[in-house]
Design a protein around this ligand. Structure first.
Ligand SMILES: C[S@@+](CC[C@H](N)C(=O)[O-])C[C@H]1O[C@@H](n2cnc3c(N)ncnc32)[C@H](O)[C@@H]1O
Length: 309
């Protein structure tokens, strides 16, 4: 059956996490992931060359999400799907322990400024995630034109105690075929790759697992004045923070536009406060969903608590 060009990007906020990949792809197969696929040449080529494997890509750029779907559709590939979310979050939340065979990162933005360092993949938490979701014998591979980035990653991999056969090498010609590889080579630059095979397993904590129900709270009475004053208020939780950006009013409903931040993972969503026959229902608005992380769940409960009379 032919599917539309834009059916390859899935909104995982509507799925129960972790994703059951056997049901998702409708077959049992080895899984491979790429984070930050850009134009998508590398991921699509891998998927084309290995039809017996399933491929999952993560991107934060909408332009890249659109481009790769056109490529996937042009090749009529049924073994690759993409998600528009931070790959660090997706890798941790969408995959069970020991479920991936290979993980690739090609030419990540190096974020050289210190104030942007939290956006890098060279982070202990990220390496712990990679170690948890890879199968023993599976590997992680990162390539960059920034040698310091590759060496930082190699150090973190080594320190995790979960990897063996850690190797770093220099590339002086096209090996991956991505846009950034071609770009740097055409400017006379070389690139560096770190590759590491998983040998020891350690699990990690997930933020969204175990509860697929949408967070909601029934309350008897609402303090409307208090509700209308919530704009601009910041609420703290041990895992992060959320702020109410706006409060919109309609006949039987109030909509609160919220932004949460948990360890630099930001989400924008709405909480609705809706009049029912027997009271009020405070819930995540289904038209602008968020991943049900600690702070998102907390925000629904907290709003219900502060507006209850
Ligand atoms: C320098 S480009 C490289 C693209 C491609 N891999 C290549 O080699 O041509 C980095 C890409 O990573 C994406 N990106 C940055 N941070 C990301 C993250 N946390 N998760 C997923 N993608 C990310 C950016 O949107 C961008 O497309």
């Amino acid at each position: 059956m032919d599917v539309g060009v834009f059916s390859y990007c899935i909104d995982a906020k509507k799925l129960t996490l972790p994703i059951d990949w056997r049901i998702f792809f409708n077959r049992e197969a080895e899984l491979v992931a790429e984070l930050g696929f850009g134009n998508g040449e590398f991921l699509v080529n891998l998927a084309k060359e290995n039809p017996s494997r399933n491929y999952v890509g993560f991107e934060t750029s909408l332009v890249s999400i659109v481009k790769i779907q056109k490529r996937i559709h042009a090749e009529r590939l049924d073994n690759v799907r993409v998600f528009m979310v931070d790959g660090r979050f997706g890798l941790r939340e969408f995959f069970e322990d020991e479920s991936l065979q290979e993980i690739y990162v090609n030419f990540p933005c190096p974020w050289p400024k210190k104030c942007h360092a939290h956006k890098r993949f060279t982070d202990e938490g990220f390496v712990r995630t990679v170690a948890a979701v890879l199968r023993r014998g599976g590997f992680f591979q990162l390539t960059s034109d920034a040698d310091w980035y590759v060496y930082d990653m190699a150090k973190l991999i080594e320190a995790s105690g979960c990897f063996g056969e850690i190797s770093v090498w220099k590339n002086e010609r096209v090996v991956l075929g991505t846009r950034y590889e071609r770009k740097w080579l055409s400017q006379g630059k070389v690139s560096f790759t770190v590759k590491a095979v998983k040998v020891n397993h350690k699990t990690i904590e997930r933020w969204t697992w175990g509860e697929s129900a949408m967070p909601h709270v029934h309350i008897k009475n609402v303090d409307v004045d208090r509700l209308l004053q919530l704009k601009g208020q910041v609420f703290h939780h041990e895992r992060g923070v959320f702020v109410v950006k706006d409060v919109y009013v309609s006949e039987n409903e109030y909509l609160l536009r919220a932004v949460s931040n948990e360890s630099n993972f930001q989400q924008r969503y709405f909480i609705s406060v809706e009049k029912k026959e027997d009271g009020w229902l405070v819930k995540l608005d289904p038209d602008a969903l968020a991943y049900r992380t600690f702070v998102v769940k907390f925000s629904v409960k907290k709003i219900a608590e502060v507006i209850t009379t």
